[in-house]
Design a protein. Sequence first.
Length: 537
Amino acid sequence: MKIKQYVVFALIGLALGGCNKPGGDDPDVIDPEGELVKAKLAISVPKSVRTYAPGDTDPLATDDEIVANTIDVFIYDDGGSYALTYYRFAPTAPLGTAEPAAGFFNYNGTGDQFLTADFDVREGPKLVYVGVNLPDFIVDRLKTGYYINEIYEQTDLIDLLTEEIETTGSAEVAFFNTAIVEHDVTADGAAIPVSVSRLVAKVVVMADGADGASWDVNGGTVSDLEFAIGQRNNQMFVSPLVGGADPNFLASTIVNVSTSSTLHPAIQKLQFVRPSDYIPINGLLADAGDGAATNMRYATENTSEEYRHQDVTYVSIRAKFIPHRLGADADTGTLPDDGTGDNSTEIPGGFYAVFTGDPTGDDALGVRYFSDINNARDFVTGAYFVDQVGSAITASTSPVYDDAAVVGESDHYIFFYEDSYCYYRIYLNPNLRSDGDPGTGTGNYNILRNTVYLATITGVNYIGTTRPNSLPGSYENHLTNIGRGTPTWPGAWFPNPLPNTPVLPTAQIDPLDLFTGLSAGITLDDWLSDDQDYEVY
């Protein structure tokens, strides 16, 4: 079993000792000129700390998020060749107060700092960087030269910035400098302060009642809410952003929702939702949450120039939907009523929904539900629905549901909710609240490193989309701009076209113009506090 070495990275300092190494080292060992001096890395460990405010309590920080497995030190010559002095340190096991052996770190005598073993560095102006728990692919590149501002990209990049993931989603995370540190190394024993912060953001979703919360909408019950992350960035700068711009900040860099890296075409810049990532939402958390008992997901930093739908990282909500009544009269559109109570049982495998565009029908509110595709086909080819569409509809001939059916074929008007799941979106860090008033966040829907995003769901307005990556109000197939739209607003251009045009992925997000699927409040906590009431898709 791996022994976790817990730390809080408030401040990292390189304590440069005053003793020159006798005789120096072979000049071939370290390229930079100058006398060798002894250095030691000291990491302050307050009892409780937020990485941005040493000494404060942080109920959202889990034990995993303050673990140090490795400390990598990169000391480059400032200018010229940028020659590198590099060291990696591992934790002493078990931690104590003894002098650490070469290549290790341990507690200091009072137990409030980590200290590394002595290492050598040459005198002169330096650029100092420190990483904690950095993935090897970043370390290996930085060891070859001054590649601080290079684009680092991988498929599933988030998985390389987190490790030892718990069932709650809590994980050990990577840290790096909060700013470039310039220092003139001398033999005077002066310390080099280096602040670090987490390279990832954390997302927590809550509702009163947790995943047991439920809402009755559109003739059914929405319940069992879970969340995952959509359009997570697979590209990053390890160094803090300059001007708030990440590698794909410019609109021209994200051509469509599946844009790939130029250098590595196999890497998709923004990653689609991974079904395996869904985790139950939390109940309302006292004092911003108990980190140890909180379900969470992490996201890589993502900023955008125009904050279009296809540019930004969002929270995907998955929920179960159970129709109250199944079936409808094909001639009148009325629901069956045998005098029994509403259905409360999930339909095995999923159900079919037909959106009529009318608010009539007992409890149906414009939707009719079916457990059998043939019954759904009978309904859409019947007198009631044909009258709504205004033209004849032929029954699809496929023995199974055909989601590629075209206008005029029955299955074009039938939506299948596989395994009874429906989906919603929550956009984080908006410019405006839903009432149009400005918020106090950083805006533009940017996801920033070392920030916690808290989303509190306060209501569900209607049934969600059929697919996790569908943009509500756009086309159901997120990879195309053709075919049919999503079954919810303004996808109700089916069956009768509405004046609304599809919300395209290239459109800029505008919360004031959206009829949203969920209601939620968004809070940012620098992991800055910003209470924002924002309605989400």
